[in-house]
Design a protein around this ligand. Structure first.
Ligand code: C5P
Length: 242
């Protein structure tokens, strides 16, 4: 599934990685909620708080609140409920929080009065090398841990995972087509990689089984963000129609 069937908008989620609400809202003002969703992460949320999320929702954007909750089940459930009350479209947790934590998160969003947000999990941070996993006591390769934790997330009622586009096909095949794959590390052909390594183009990522593409700087740092977004969306349409 390359597109969310519930809405006609593209699979692109623009990461609003700005330190200040004013900059994030100015950039959002140059985008179009009919063309993309937006992601609010830890830096922006910590500085600007729920007000920036409410402002984006108020402007018609579907918001992925990327705070990667990881705490005891009761606390994570409360945080997920609070996110749902803000009207966010997607929220996430760390799969390493375990089955009861993820199940509590699912139960919390289930009762949301403004429509249930999608709940996705982070398995293994892509910044962690195999040696670092061993250091924190996780045996096996990153890929093995990703698959095990993705299966646990699915069994705990989570809707999908944030993963590398290079892992998306394996997760789709092993964990199930209906389990969503949200992938950062996407770069349109011919654009700067920034600090990302081993990127894929939007078409390649969709080909590999991604459902949603998180793209930051190729849009937010572009001279004309809307034109950059349109070009990206065009690439994904090519994939869908082809
Ligand atoms: O600017 P860029 O496209 O690299 O932004 C990617 C976004 O996806 C950032 O918000 C980053 O934090 C997030 N992300 C990532 N890699 C992960 C998980 C999240 O790049 N493994």
């Amino acid at each position: 599934m390359a597109f969310d069937v519930r809405t006609p908008i593209s699979p692109v989620i623009v990461a609003l990685d700005f330190p200040e609400a004013a900059d994030a809202l100015a950039l959002a003002g140059r985008l179009d909620p009919a063309l993309c969703r937006v992601k609010v992460g830890k830096e922006l949320f910590t500085r600007a708080g729920p007000a920036v999320v409410e402002a984006l929702v108020g402007r018609g954007f579907q918001v992925f609140l990327d705070l990667k909750y990881h705490d005891i089940p009761n606390t994570v459930a409360g945080a997920c409920r609070a996110a749902a009350d803000l009207g966010v479209w997607m929220v996430n947790v760390h799969a390493l929080g375990g089955r009861r934590m993820m199940a509590a998160a699912r139960e919390a969003v289930e009762g949301a009065s403004r429509g249930r947000p999608l709940l996705v999990a982070v398995t293994v941070l892509t910044s962690m090398a195999d040696e670092e996993l061993a250091e924190v006591g996780l045996a096996g390769s990153a890929a093995e841990n990703v698959l095990r934790l993705a299966g646990l997330a699915r069994d705990s009622g989570v809707d999908g995972v944030v993963c590398s586009p290079r892992e998306a096909a394996l997760i789709r095949d092993r964990v199930g087509e209906a389990f969503l794959r949200v992938t950062p590390g996407v770069r349109p052909a011919g654009t700067a990689q920034g600090d990302q390594r081993r990127t894929l183009t939007p078409a390649q990522a969709l080909e590999q089984g991604a459902d949603f593409l998180v793209v930051g700087r190729p849009v937010t740092a572009a001279e004309d963000p809307l034109a950059a977004l349109l070009a990206l969306v065009e690439e994904t349409r090519g994939h869908r129609d082809g």
